[in-house]
Design a protein around this ligand. Structure first.
Ligand code: ADP
Length: 496
């Protein structure tokens, strides 16, 4: 299906008049965690594709040893997660090596399951690709390396050493290194486009292919954020993405290798109780009308007269707790009775503000724990479905005491892929000496070092952010004490 999709997309592009002979480099982004298993025959076919025929006719089932690709929605590998963590000495060790505890959807546990349940299939597998490196392989007409960023979503990669962790590989399956191949930095040129694409679609012979990466990583590169930007995605699930200078240890979050800053990391936090709870309140309190919902929200003051709520209907990821708790201004942890809070607030206005403020205070507390430093220059970039809602964005601005922007262009992951390809091409015009780039003719002179990814790309997108909300003057005074109350409320919920 995925191979056929490449046939279809390229045919459409040609039919719509795209001149593919002008393509200088190709970058890519694909869903994280999924894995593909190449057979010996598949690799041979990939290297010898006939431009007269469709890709899917040639790279058919026989090219792969596993016909149904495991993807991120597969949660059937809890057993393998426990085995892998135990084998390397525990969860803490797994987090410190790979940046994440073992997750069922992560590729390492998925590979282990195949090795255990279908050993002959594992035996016949010559190479394993992630969805991103698989797609790059198709364009390269050879097996493409896995990039550091997407490798960080496998529970196999040492994110500090930038290589596969021998301990994690051993805990997963035998002879895995040769099946995964040597990983590469994300903004790397991995070769020229394969002959198939030159002859069938007219790509130039020297068109470069850069390493492809996972969608969240690509989205971060598409937003071209500064160090003090926090990306808040309010889509089907709420997500916070941030730049981290150092690896922090947080069991419920993910730390990945940064897609564009080689020695930095990317923090990724997911929240289960986000838009689904907001959708539900929109239904019960505002008759499914976001305009009405916003009227309710806007008619209450910041701080909500001391009324606060946590609506964690499903078990939250961080903190790992569940439950609903409403506190009015008098509730506190001082006595057991008082800490139970109230059943319901007196008005829908109070309910709605308590929900949104509670959700955002929760996110701020978790981001701080993750090591994100809030300061005067902090900016938030909002994306996803709810980022059209200015009343919600104003609450975010106030709670985080930060300006909130939205991006003028949507499809950040797609733009990220294109930007990385462009930057990789730029870097390629410099000479790489032990990981440092210099202008070819002037090796050794500091001044000839290339621009950073951000400084280079920003020239092409000068007005990509639109300022939507600024924090109110009194917000720190109001929300700092509420942050403390939030921590008390989560302690209460943890005990329930
Ligand atoms: P996905 O992550 O699947 O791409 P979207 O980014 O399209 O999802 O976001 C979908 C969510 O956007 C819905 O669950 C809904 O809660 C939210 N949404 C859409 N419009 C609004 C709005 N005006 N105000 C608040 N939330 C909204």
């Amino acid at each position: 299906m995925w191979v056929k999709a490449v046939d279809i997309v390229l045919d459409h592009m040609v039919m719509q008049g795209s001149d593919l002979s002008t393509v200088a480099a190709i970058g890519g982004s694909a869903q994280q965690h999924g894995s593909l298993y190449w057979s010996h025959h598949g690799i041979h076919t990939l290297k010898n594709l006939d431009p007269e025929k469709f890709l899917h006719v040639q790279l058919d089932d026989s090219a792969f040893t596993v016909k149904r690709t495991p993807i991120w929605m597969d949660s059937s590998t809890e057993k393998q997660c426990i085995e892998m963590e135990t084998a390397i000495g525990g969860r803490t060790k797994m987090v410190s090596i790979t940046g994440s505890k073992c997750y069922a959807r992560f590729t390492g546990p998925q590979i282990r399951k195949i090795y255990q349940e279908r050993p002959h299939v594992y035996e016949e597998t010559k190479r394993i690709s992630l969805v991103s490196s698989f797609l790059a392989s198709v364009f390269l007409c050879d097996i493409a390396p896995i990039d550091y960023g997407d490798a960080s979503g496998m529970n196999l990669f040492d994110i500090k050493m930038k290589n596969w962790s021998a301990q994690c590989l051993n805990a997963c399956a035998p002879d895995l290194y040769e099946r995964l191949g040597k990983p590469v930095p994300t903004s790397t040129i991995i070769g020229n486009v394969g002959n198939f694409f030159v002859h069938r679609f007219g790509f130039p012979v020297d068109c470069k292919v850069t390493a492809f990466t996972g969608d969240n990583l690509s989205a971060l590169s598409g937003m071209v954020v500064e160090q003090d930007c926090l990306v808040m995605s309010l889509g089907t699930s709420d997500t916070l993405i941030m730049n981290l200078k150092e690896q922090v240890h947080l069991e419920g979050g993910h730390v990945l290798c940064h897609p564009t800053e080689l020695n930095h990391f990317m923090g990724l936090l997911c929240f289960r109780n986000g838009s689904l709870v907001r959708d539900d309140f929109n239904k019960t309190e505002a008759n499914c009308d976001w305009a009405k919902f916003n009227e309710l929200l806007d008619s209450t003051p910041r701080g909500n007269h001391g009324n606060m709520a946590l609506h964690l209907r499903s078990v939250e990821i961080i903190p790992n707790i569940k439950g609903v708790l409403r506190w009015n201004r008098n509730n506190s942890r001082k006595s057991k009775e008082s800490s139970k809070g109230v059943q319901k607030f007196l008005s829908p206005q109070t309910e709605v503000r308590a929900l949104i403020e509670g959700q955002m205070i929760h996110k701020r507390a978790v981001a701080e724990d993750m090591g994100f430093h809030f300061g005067r220059n902090t900016k938030i970039i909002a994306t996803g479905g709810a980022s059209v809602n200015k009343s919600i964005l104003q609450v975010i601005s106030d709670v985080f005491n930060a300006t909130v922007f939205v991006q003028n262009k949507s499809e950040a992951a797609l733009f990220g892929a294109a930007f990385r390809a462009k930057y990789a091409l730029y870097l390629n015009s410099f000479k790489n000496v032990n990981g440092t780039y210099y202008e070819e003719s002037l090796i050794g002179k500091e001044s000839t070092r290339p621009l950073s990814y951000r400084d280079y790309i920003i020239q092409y997108i000068p007005h990509h952010l639109q300022l939507l909300c600024e924090p109110s003057k009194d917000c720190d005074q109001i929300y700092s004490p509420m942050l403390e109350r939030y921590r008390d409320m989560s302690i209460v919920l943890a005990k329930v």
